[in-house]
Write a protein of this length. Structure first.
Length: 302
């Protein structure tokens, strides 16, 4: 490359090897990472780059680096040594900086000029790395989504599929009256309700053990239902009302959180086992009827 002075006002940066010198900031970067240089060492590099290919006499170089101070040549030699160390240019051949005995120094590395513009000091390699990490993150996310789909959403060959299939999660009913034995009555009602719902045509019921697992993890039930690809969920409450037990059930659209149907039933409190069976039967009948209505209008909604 021909010897020429570099006008820093016309150039954004000078690149050589893995290095990039930013004229505006007067900073040196290696593969996009800033190389720490003492101020006078950085000034030494600036002068050598400005006079690229030209011998800069020692006295001239000292005047440029220390314009208002008189220094010994040992100071300049120290700067050159630190600069070569920063550039990895400590061999005798001098890949970037050539020493001319008793004269001065010359920057001899091949350089590429960057014209002024919107380029930043960290362009190039860091930008490529950021794009690479974004792509890797995207691929990782796709892999996670694929695993989630395979684990939770892809039906086995034993399950029918199609637009007419309703996926239901039955959430254990909340007991509002401790005297009803809140451990036994809601649990029995839940199991019977799951059994009855699973017999409906075009209905897939989420396993109660899966629901209990997410409950133990204190995960929001609507969020759990969405996460597992459910369409609707059934929940409700049980409580004692005088000599009767009142069961309130709700059918909720998982995606909009809107109520599709809700009703209350009362049964004699003296016959709790029968109350469980009757409540499971009555609730299933209403859920089945409402799901049949939804499926009837499904094609026109698509």
């Amino acid at each position: 490359m021909n010897s020429t002075d570099i006008n820093s006002s016309d150039k954004r940066a000078t690149c050589f090897g893995p290095f990039r010198y930013d004229w505006e900031q007067r900073l040196l970067f290696r593969d996009g990472e800033m190389v720490p240089l003492a101020p006078k060492v950085a000034e030494t590099l600036r002068v050598l780059l400005e006079r690229h290919g030209t011998v800069v006499e020692r006295a001239e170089l000292m005047r440029a680096v220390w314009p208002d101070t008189t220094v010994e040549e040992i100071g300049l030699a120290r700067n050159i040594s630190q600069l070569r160390k920063a550039l990895g240019d400590e061999s005798e051949a001098g890949r970037y900086i050539e020493t001319l005995p008793k004269r001065g120094y010359r920057f001899v590395g091949d350089v590429v000029m960057e014209n002024g513009g919107p380029a930043s000091a960290k362009a190039g390699a860091p930008w490529v790395r950021r794009v690479r990490w974004i792509l890797l993150a995207g691929l990782g996310l796709c892999a996670v989504l694929a695993v989630v789909y395979w684990q939770f959403y892809r039906p086995s060959r034993y399950l029918s599929t199609g637009d007419g299939i309703a996926n239901i999660a039955v959430i254990p009913f909340e007991c509002l009256s401790p005297e009803l034995d809140c451990g036994t009555f809601p649990h029995g009602l839940n199991d019977l309700l799951v059994a009855h719902l699973s017999q409906l045509d075009g209905v897939h019921v989420l396993s109660p053990s899966t629901v209990r697992t997410y409950q133990r993890g204190r995960l929001s039930m609507p969020f759990m239902a969405r996460l597992l690809g459910m369409d609707v969920m059934v929940d409700g409450t049980v409580q004692r009302a005088g000599e009767r037990v009142r069961v309130t059930a709700r059918l909720v659209d998982v995606h909009s959180a809107k109520l599709i149907w809700s009703d209350s039933y009362e049964y004699p409190v003296q016959q709790l086992a029968d109350a469980q069976k009757l409540a499971a039967r009555d609730i299933t009948a209403q859920v089945g009827a409402h799901l049949a209505v939804q499926k009837q209008f499904l094609p026109s909604n698509r």
